[in-house]
Design a binder for this molecule. Structure first.
Ligand SMILES: Nc1nc2c(ncn2[C@@H]2O[C@H](COP(=O)(O)OP(=O)(O)OP(=O)(O)O)[C@@H](O)[C@H]2O)c(=O)[nH]1
Ligand SMILES: [Mg+2]
Length: 636
């Protein structure tokens, strides 16, 4: 390769503007790994304007002094966009995203062990007419599996340079860096532009044929890998065993959420209790101490304790995602979801809703049929979002004994599992009813690429969990803390009149609001403290926990403020009330951010009203039944 001693001022020289490189590739081919390897810590992560798709940009200077700006595009199987991610990628490459300059070089990253799948995107990208190189990533795996790729032939057939990399090795991007330094970027003519012919199906078939032709010429592979994946799929995608496996997996996950989190949670609990005690010992009694101890620590501190459980849940989700299992679960559920009038396409949006309904509602864009999309949006809030986990965990911890049943099952984990299942079953029931309204459309079978199985990488797991933790802590430090402080003010002022006998909070503004609401909610067993907590819980559901913490801290007499919320409510509420509140949060109609997103996605207030109305109705009816059945059974 030639050295980088040329000093013209074309793009990418140290003297000129940085070379603008975009990484394009199928999901899971190692783009982000390559991006991280090359840019190191020099990156900026944001969202593309108006969507929740992540935009990752980084920059670096090569050994030869070339400055490079690198964009890590969302993974795409095709430039004929099916999903929101793919649409963003396509728009960037077509220069249709305002403020996003057209890349000067498209580095088309492929998984060398799955060229048959990956080359289709390469062929599509070639038609963009942008300068392009083909990056054969995972070349270590390919070698290990005995896949021989003739890079020269591949390059000749595709008409683009071919470079191999190993994104998980420290010096794995050397070939690409050297190539950039060689200055050949400049000499690279925009790749061939071939007008595709025929209708969509003919084009896909032609693409298949072209991929096969090139592979026959350039690649020799032993048929091992496919056989292994096929053997795994024989079980995982089996109509009966596959579902059994999926149910068992989910069940295990919820068990682990309780079983593994106990130690770190106790530690956080002890730390917050000590801090509150320290404050009480070192500060004079007064509004400031109350704000810190009853507002900040009892409130926001009470939410932080759920961080371990959230991380455990996401640990499993990330492992399932990284291993290639999740798309298979979608495939598996396609038929099942067909019985309630949905398709497997709804699976990914609904699955995202377990983190938060907002990305779920937005991901529903990838559903081509408007009716299916609308139903998916409508039931997305019934999937238990991670913001509800703290509420569930608090109530379960307080009311359900940590008993082992059948020798192995943790009762608390069982109840949590049941709550998640209740959400899913309600969602399916609502979808089934929704199917009765509106004409039935023909069902398009789910055609999707199943990625190869892979051992999840520790690195991406750690990064993924770190990102979740940051998101959660930002919420605690941001909206949750802010609302808790507002609630503290509402609950502290006006103060009690002289000679008052009740705790001061009963005379406060919040106390009065709570009492007024209790008229509506008493039939389902909610006291005025719960009613107060429901109001700020509309902005973020976890706030229901911090609000309860603050309300009870303020209701308590001075000497037991340090008591933990769990034992406190266990003492003051009946089991029927706790069960009713748990039921309330299965439906939990009150999330303003979700409603705002639904308004934006459907462009209609009508659907917002329908959603809020039906969720509230369901919640109230279900709670009424649960409460009264529980009371009748002696749990009142
Ligand atoms: N052995 C090996 N593993 C790799 C290589 N490159 C990436 N991986 C692993 O492959 C997995 C997927 O890599 P990512 O970088 O997340 O893939 P991506 O293309 O960014 O995926 P999306 O963002 O979903 O489109 C990770 O577990 C990586 O550690 C490689 O060259 N060799
Ligand atoms: Mg990525």
């Amino acid at each position: 390769m030639s050295s980088a001693s040329t000093t013209t001022t074309s793009p990418g020289d140290s003297t000129g503007a940085p070379l603008h490189v975009a990484l394009l590739g199928n999901p899971n081919c190692g783009k982000t790994a390559l991006f991280n390897l090359m840019t190191g810590a020099r990156q900026k992560v944001a969202n593309y304007a108006g969507v929740t798709v992540e935009r990752k940009e980084g920059w670096f200077t090569t050994a030869g002094g070339r400055r490079v700006r690198m964009l890590d595009l969302p993974g795409a199987y095709s430039l004929h966009a099916q999903s929101l991610d793919e649409a963003v990628t396509r728009d960037v490459l077509l220069g249709r995203r305002t403020g996003e300059p057209l890349p000067e070089l498209v580095a088309c990253v492929t998984d060398a062990t799955h060229l048959r799948l990956n080359l289709r995107l390469v062929l599509e990208a070639r038609n963009l007419g942008l300068p392009m190189v083909l990056v054969l990533n995972m070349s270590d795996m390919a070698r290990k599996q005995g896949i021989q790729i003739d890079e020269e032939v591949l390059s000749r057939e595709l008409g683009v340079p071919v470079i191999s990399t190993v994104a998980v090795k420290t010096d794995g991007a050397q070939n690409l860096l050297k190539w950039i330094d060689s200055g050949q970027v400049k000499a690279l003519k925009p790749a061939r532009r071939e007008e595709p012919q025929g209708d969509a199906q003919q084009r896909v078939l032609a693409l298949h044929d072209e991929v096969r032709r090139i592979l026959d010429l350039a690649v020799k592979a032993p048929p091992v890998q496919l056989a292994r994946d096929d053997r795994i799929d024989a079980v995982v995608l089996h109509p009966v065993w596959g579902l059994v496996l999926l149910a068992a997996l989910l069940f295990l996950i919820f068990q682990a959420v309780f079983a593994w989190a106990a130690v770190p949670m106790d530690f956080i609990d002890a730390t917050t209790a000590q801090t509150a005690e320290w404050l009480n010992g070192h500060m004079a009694d007064g509004p400031l101490r109350s704000l810190l101890a009853d507002g900040v620590i009892a409130g926001a501190g009470g939410v932080i304790v759920f961080l371990p459980q959230i991380l455990i849940l996401f640990f499993f989700i990330l492992v399932l995602e990284d291993s290639g299992y999740l798309p298979r679960a979608a495939f598996l559920l396609d038929r099942l979801m067909g019985t309630v009038g949905l398709s497997g396409r709804s699976f990914i949006p609904l699955l995202s809703s377990f983190a938060c309904a907002i990305p779920g509602v937005m991901a529903a864009r990838s559903i081509p049929s408007w009716r299916d999309r609308l139903v998916t949006i409508m039931i997305a809030p019934l999937m238990t979002c991670s913001a509800r986990l703290p509420v569930y965990a608090l109530l379960i911890g307080a009311f359900i004994p940590a008993r082992t049943i059948g020798g192995i099952f943790n009762l608390q984990g069982l109840v949590l599992f049941a709550l998640y299942v209740a959400g899913i079953v309600s969602a399916m029931a609502v979808a089934f009813v929704a199917k009765r309204f509106g004409a039935r459309q023909g069902r398009a079978a789910l055609l999707m690429e199943l990625p190869a199985y892979r051992w999840p990488s520790l690195r991406s797991l750690v990064i993924g969990l770190y990102e979740r933790a940051v998101i959660f802590l930002k919420r605690v430090g941001g909206i949750i803390l802010a609302l808790t402080i507002v609630l503290w003010f509402l609950s502290s002022f006006p103060g009690a009149p002289d000679g008052a006998t009740e705790p001061a909070i009963t005379y406060s503004l919040a106390g009065r609001i709570g009492e007024a609401m209790a008229l509506v909610f008493a039939p389902i067993g909610f006291n005025w403290q719960i009613c107060i907590a429901l109001v700020p819980g509309m902005a973020a559901r976890e706030v229901a926990v911090s609000a309860l913490g603050t309300v009870y801290a303020l209701s308590a007499s001075a000497d037991d403020t340090a008591a933990q919320l769990g034992p406190l409510i266990a003492d003051q509420w009946s089991l029927a009330t706790a069960l009713s509140l748990l039921t309330w949060f299965i439906f939990a109609p009150q999330c303003l951010a979700t409603l705002a997103t639904v308004r934006r996605e459907t462009n209609s207030w009508r659907y917002v009203a329908i959603m809020a109305g039906y969720l509230f109705g369901l919640a109230y009816i279900a709670c009424f039944i649960v409460y009264h059945v529980a009371v009748a059974m002696g749990a009142g």
